[in-house]
Design a protein around this ligand. Sequence first.
Ligand code: GLY
Length: 373
Amino acid sequence: MDMHRKISVQLEGRAYDVHVGVGLLAQMNGLIEAIGAVTSVIVVTDPTVSEHHGATLRAALAAGSSPHLAAAVWLQLPEGEANKTRPNVERIWQAALEHGVDRQTLLIALGGGVVCDLTGFAASTLLRGVRWVAVPTSLLAQVDASVGGKTGFNLEWGKNLVGTFWQPSAVVVDTEVLLSLEARQLNAGLAEVTKYGVAFDESLLDLLEARADEVRLCEPGLMAEIAARCCAIKARVVQQDERDLHVRRLLNFGHTIGHALEQATGYQRYLHGEAVAIGMVWATRLSAEMGLCPPGHVSRLERILSGFSLPIALPSDVKAEKLMAAIASDKKVVAGELSFIFCHGLGNAAVGVLGLDELATRLSAASSARSRY
Ligand code: GLY
């Protein structure tokens, strides 16, 4: 029998469990009932996720002892990062208000990072805060977006510029749902798994290397072990620094260049995890050039990421100036200096400071090296 692992996120007054296992979606009634009484339930999802997993969740809710679970209202939002917008938050507010939201209403996010972020934000603002449960269905959301209570939506000026910290009442990670993911989405999630290995726990990299074939096949038991390890790291980090003031920033390893690349390519070319893969290689190479880690780390990381068909090099058509323009609007830039996450050895990332001028010089050098080939 597959194990049901429970990782507790210990935050004062807002502690919750992350449940990780195979087939948990079918047990959602019990997991929801464990968090307390509800008077109404709104399930937020998207069309693809609903097609694959809606029936399982509906059946589980119908099997619950509370009639409010079976009577849940379902709302489908359009999928994709471009739809992580305020109008879609308003649609959640509207659905809740039309169905008589009160303080015991529960929102359930059944979907990837977009659905989780929008639902969490709507939950944090309705009646100044109602409970929500995250049921992430992409690997990326299972290992990152759903744990830790960052919610929000995008504006024309950039990603996640309006948001809240609002912890869920539970997170349910069912790795069986990953079997319906396209390979490209799975691989993008594996970039974030690799990030946990580089930044916090080298033995995760050993596991990804030793069992790469099973990982590529998305074997649910193994994926549950991997997701549980990532969620345990994230829980530990969030417990120490819920508001992203120090150690939580390490979760952004590879994200400075990754975000800039996403922005510079209009969010069209790369999935988030793909851009982060390139960003991690770049950050590790920079760390090696600065003598912070051995150059061999770069090639090991490149091998792991390429093994999951992830990109590892900056594209030759995106100029350094364009990346720098995107980085200049980064939330992490203060007075011409960027707080940047360096690799001080595998499993050991640390925040450091990088001048924007130095970064521009290094990116230009990389860019002219690329154009020579
Ligand atoms: N995704 C990074 C964090 O939750 O802090």
